[in-house]
Design a protein around this ligand. Sequence first.
Ligand code: GDP
Length: 401
Amino acid sequence: RRMFPGLKPSTLSGSYRKDFRNRDKIDRIKEEAVTNGEDEEDEFIGFASLPEQVHRKAVRRGFDFSLMVLGDSGLGKSTLINSLFLTDLYKDREIPDTADLVERTLTTVKKQIEIEEKGVKVRLTIVDTPGYNDAVNAEDSWKRVVSYVDQQFQLYYQAESGLNRKNINDTRIHCCLYFISPYGHGLKPLDILVMKKLHHKVNIVPLIAKSDVLTPKEVKRLKTKVLEDIKENDINIYTFPECDSDEDEEFKEQDKALKEAVPFAVIGSNTVVEAGGKKIRGRMYPWGIVEVDNPKHCDFIKLRQMLISTHMQDLKDITSEIHYENYRAESLLSSEVSKSNRERTKLKRDSIANLDKALETEQLLQEKEAEIQRMQEMLAKMQAQLQNNPNSQNGRLGNVR
Ligand code: GDP
């Protein structure tokens, strides 16, 4: 089976051929070649290793992922982030007192960590918005959040139009975990407003914060209400892509459960507690322990699985293919509009010049008309004189004669 007759293995470099890692596929190709009665070395092209090459290149480069957390202060944002990435990103944090909270406006805090697992590196950026909703002037706060998201697009846009497009530091927000209060009855007006300001710019994943303060029935009720509010207000939250039909049943089940869990009810904890001789991340109560990692207790595992294991790339793709493209289109459009505005002002300026010319002509015409009128008046005067004193005329004429 020669697919590219012109490309012989001898044209491939030795190191290229040595590079193959995907032994299974290679062996299969060799087997097929042998059963077809062909010389195996001759028929060995090697593109079966392409996915492997892409994989190695991507691993070498590492992955960037930026996550934003949004929601009232005290809803457990930093605790959840620490639980998600098994780090203590917030150990230096000072808890502001009440007076500070009222005074404080939003300061966006960016934290970066590099996590590595089995040789795969992820450069994770967490953007925290600590003062969100704290300040009396909440409008200012969400405006800053929106402008922060825009700024990252702008930075990327500028970098992309610059010279060094290969090593762009991608700080665009790939996902926004939106924390909804467990004490309310659905979305608050401010939640709706902020989500609507952001939903075309970033992937919003809604979460029910501190879900351990609610009974399972209450969690269910709140989830339904939040989804209703989202639908009623035409808010576009992140939608999970359809699962490929050739995926196995287990994966399909997992995917279905993930979709049904939105908005994820989460619990965060920075403490490790002992339960039944096992050390687990959880919250201790007089009546028992709530386990963060237990799918029966909350959706933390589902959120982590979605965010890190299964949908990180999709979140990045949607960011760059939809949200960033929207931003780019808007930027191009606004630069076109300002260009046409400039054209229009130029036109105006041109027409002002024309107007000057027209005025000049008009003035000339008027002057000419005035002159003609003067001459007509003189003529009329002379005729009148002639009629009044015909003798003098005759005399003169006579003189001439
Ligand atoms: P942030 O201001 O949103 O970052 O909130 P923090 O992570 O600082 O948490 C505020 C308080 O809520 C802390 O005392 C946490 O221990 C507590 N907390 C965090 N997550 C949870 C949770 O899931 N359930 C409960 N009951 N308390 C939590």
